[in-house]
Design a protein around this ligand. Structure first.
Ligand SMILES: C[S@@+](CC[C@H](N)C(=O)[O-])C[C@H]1O[C@@H](n2cnc3c(N)ncnc32)[C@H](O)[C@@H]1O
Length: 208
């Protein structure tokens, strides 16, 4: 059934209101991005960030997720990285680098010198204008994060990563299921309804 002009208008209004609500809230609470609320919701549901967590935040700029993590992690360790330079945050170490480069992984291992409790990734590939290609490229980043996280997490570690509901979604899900015992998907309320993004929550590594 075709939507009337009035209902289209009211949907656009609802979407704008939804955006504004989290945008305004992030400004009021001093968060660098509205994405901060996605991690707050994810952690409310799965409770994986604790005061002594050793956490890696991949694709961290401008720093909303790192801010949320640093408010909870008081005696753990946080390393954030992004291609873009991120302003400093208390208790957060930052690496400006490309996650896909091999020496980035070496730098991460050198920083922690032990296995991690949590890996979070909100990485999005640069947009090309081709939505289907953009989706595949972001999901490829997610697949790389799954591979890396399965090597550096403690056996009971947690991975949270963004991915898009695109054509290769099932492939990425199967990869996650081959590495972790428990794999779930969660779309926070603060994630735009019109966005295809969702978040993968994986826990307990499968041992070979
Ligand atoms: C949606 S933003 C992250 C927002 C962040 N979670 C926050 O709360 O402020 C996605 C980030 O992924 C980064 N990114 C994309 N590809 C990357 C790569 N290969 N290595 C490192 N960062 C990458 C982008 O530079 C961008 O800053």
């Amino acid at each position: 059934m075709k939507k009337s002009k009035k209902s289209k208008k009211s949907n656009t209004w609802k979407i704008k209101q939804h955006r504004d609500q989290f945008f305004k809230k992030s400004k009021t609470l001093g968060y660098r991005s509205r994405s901060a609320f996605k991690l707050i919701e994810l952690n409310k549901k799965y409770k994986f960030i604790k005061k002594n967590t050793k956490l890696l935040d991949i694709g961290a700029y401008p720093g909303g997720w790192s801010q949320v993590s640093s408010k909870i992690i008081t005696v753990g360790k946080i390393l954030s990285l992004d291609i873009k330079k991120m302003d400093q945050l208390k208790n957060v170490s930052f690496l400006q680098c490309d996650f896909l480069e091999e020496n980035t992984k070496e730098k991460i291992l050198k920083f922690f010198r032990e296995k991690l409790d949590v890996v979070i990734s909100d990485m999005v590939a640069d947009t090309t204008g081709n939505k289907s290609l953009d989706c595949i490229r972001t999901n490829q980043l997610c697949a790389d994060v799954i591979e890396f996280a399965s090597k550096i997490l403690k056996p009971n570690g947690v991975l949270v990563s963004k991915l898009f509901m695109g054509e290769d979604f099932l492939e990425v899900k199967e990869l996650a299921k081959s590495k972790f015992k428990k794999v779930e998907f969660f779309k926070p309320e603060s994630s735009r309804n019109e966005s295809k993004e969702t978040y993968l929550h994986c826990m307990i590594l499968k041992t070979l």
